[in-house]
Design a binder for this molecule. Structure first.
Ligand code: IPM
Ligand code: MG
Length: 364
């Protein structure tokens, strides 16, 4: 097994160090190779996704990714911005299926901004299509308008589009995932306004015919945004396009108390995948040793389960994370009165201790 380690920018390097530490105590045989990506790669090689990094990602069995981005690159031409690294990896590796679970850990019920009873026991899964939609649709660009409200004015445009096979394959992923859960899929669209999403809805309904054991309902994206904060536990699997999924998955993440807790997986058609925390590079706290490494550690668990066929090792990581939370350890983002505030490295050490059967010590 070869794992490509791409720490990236900002807190990426700090949280990745903890995830690698955890992987190393699991008694598994694997090889890792680390490469620069994002702003760090731009500084060193003049490109956020250098050929060498892309080739490593292609040759590895799985990719563990930290985070990319920093405000200081916002003025660069788009192709050189750090975000292009993750978008390029998704596109070149065909990572069309993005799994973003939102699980509210029992110990963190009170860290949510919603009332505890609304989020206690929350366990929903957002499946976001990741290589299509307005993110990648061509044509796009700037030009002089020939029609519209201001002919002759400068304008910018993007293209929202989905083909039948793109919708079919993500619908299959969602129905199959639901079969392993509570057998309910909510397809989120904007069929009342957009042609692309009327088509999305029609195709999802057609694919559903092959899954009579799974319940399907449909929701407009604006209503879905509202229902997520009104009654989030009513969802099981949510399937949606790239743009709506980007927005709704941040919203869902926050229900759980902190985006610092949530892993994600982006898979291709044969379950090869890239695993990354759902949060970004947080340049404001980079280098301070206070970032929460748990989302990256849990991403490593997802990697072991989905791509490397090591479900027991994944279970060990997930149980260890629950154990450190039960022991009262908290990074700043999930800290509350009565718990012990720890830094990035101490949190990683505590997970390692829980895996290796050592006791987790808390100063009180
Ligand atoms: C995400 C991020 C990315 C996206 C950015 C960094 C390009 O927000 O993974 O959700 O928009 O997909
Ligand atoms: Mg996002």
């Amino acid at each position: 097994m070869k794992i490509a380690i791409l720490p990236g920018d900002g807190i990426g390097t700090e949280i990745m160090a903890e995830a690698v530490k955890v992987l190393n105590v699991l008694d598994l045989t694997f090889e890792t190779e680390t490469a620069l990506v994002g702003g760090a790669a731009y500084e060193a090689h003049g490109h956020p996704l250098p050929e060498s990094t892309l080739n490593l990602a292609k040759s590895a069995d799985a990719i563990l990714f930290g985070a990319v981005g920093d405000w200081k690159y916002d003025k660069l031409e788009r192709q050189y911005r750090p975000e292009q690294a993750i978008l390029g990896l998704r596109k070149h590796l065909g990572l069309f299926a993005n799994f973003r679970p939102a699980i509210c850990y029992e110990q963190l019920t009170h860290a949510s901004s919603l009332k505890p009873e609304l989020v206690a026991g929350l366990d929903i899964l957002i499946i976001r299509e990741l290589t299509g939609d307005i993110y990648f649709g061509q044509p796009r660009g700037r030009r002089t308008a020939v029609d519209g409200h201001f002919p002759g004015a400068e304008e910018a445009f993007d293209t929202m589009r989905y083909s039948r096979p793109e919708i079919e394959r993500i619908a299959h992923v969602a129905f199959q995932a639901a079969r392993k859960r509570n057998k309910k899929v909510t397809s989120v669209d904007k069929a009342n306004v957009l042609e692309t999403f009327q088509f999305w809805k029609d195709v999802v309904i057609e694919v559903h015919a092959q899954y009579p054991d799974v319940a399907l309902d449909h929701m407009y994206v604006d209503n879905a945004a509202m229902q997520l904060v009104k009654a989030p536990k009513a969802f099981d699997v949510v399937v949606t396009g790239n743009m709506f999924g980007d927005i709704l998955s941040d919203e869902a993440a926050m229900l759980t108390g902190s985006i610092g807790m949530l892993p994600s997986a982006s898979l291709d058609k044969s379950n090869k995948g890239l695993y990354e925390p759902s949060h970004g590079s947080a340049p404001d706290i980079a280098g301070k040793g206070i970032a929460n490494p748990l989302a990256t550690i849990l991403s490593a668990a997802m990697m072991l389960r989905f791509s490397l066929n090591q479900p027991q090792a994944a279970d060990r990581i997930e149980s260890a994370v629950k154990a450190v939370l039960s022991a009262g350890l908290r990074t700043g983002d999930i800290w509350s009165e009565g718990t012990q505030r720890v830094g990035t490295r101490e949190m990683g050490d505590a997970v390692v201790a829980a895996i290796t059967g050592k006791t987790i010590t808390t100063k009180s």
